[in-house]
Design a protein around this ligand. Structure first.
Ligand code: THU
Length: 156
């Protein structure tokens, strides 16, 4: 028997350390939180996606009284991006969350279903999807979704 040790590379930084393109994408994700429909959790999440053609597409969480019918910000943004720009690789996704009158201190991290959908985009376009997870105090930068979803199921 042997052990399989899985490692993930996550850059931990703060807003001031980012370049202008990263700051811009975070600010757009923060703006997108304000349009979320989250009357049940009151946890408003925004996602901003930079595509290979430099287009930026946003989304936010859309809740529903029948809760499984709602959708996270990441998937709302990704499905919209893929539906509008099916030929453009997904380059970067930035995610921010706003609750109780402020943006959260520590980074919001995508749920398992969103990780699986981001993985599909990475495989579909054969292009690593960079992930920027925003918190007021701490920001995580992950260079590819496989760091957040090791041993992922994929047919391809
Ligand atoms: N949510 C997202 O939209 N993205 C995440 O990364 C974490 C959670 C949403 C789902 C639900 O509408 C609310 O946040 C509370 O869980």
């Amino acid at each position: 028997m042997k052990n399989l040790n899985i490692t993930a590379k996550i850059r931990v930084c703060n807003y001031e350390e980012l370049n202008s393109s990263e700051k811009n994408l975070i600010n757009i994700a923060k703006d997108a939180t304000l349009k979320a429909y989250a009357p049940y959790s009151r946890f408003q999440v925004g996602a901003a996606i930079l595509l290979a053609n430099n287009e930026i597409v946003t989304g936010n969480n859309q809740e529903n009284a029948a809760s499984p019918s709602g959708l996270c910000a990441e998937r709302t943004a990704l499905f919209y991006a893929n539906s509008q720009f099916p030929d453009e690789a997904v380059d970067t996704i930035a995610v921010a969350a706003y609750t109780k009158g402020d943006f959260i201190d520590e980074p919001v991290t995508p749920c398992g279903a969103c990780r699986q959908v981001i993985l599909e985009a990475q495989n579909r376009y054969k292009h690593p999807v960079r992930i920027i997870l925003y918190g007021k105090k701490t920001i995580y930068i992950i260079e590819k979704i496989t760091d957040l979803l090791p041993l992922a199921f994929s047919e391809y």
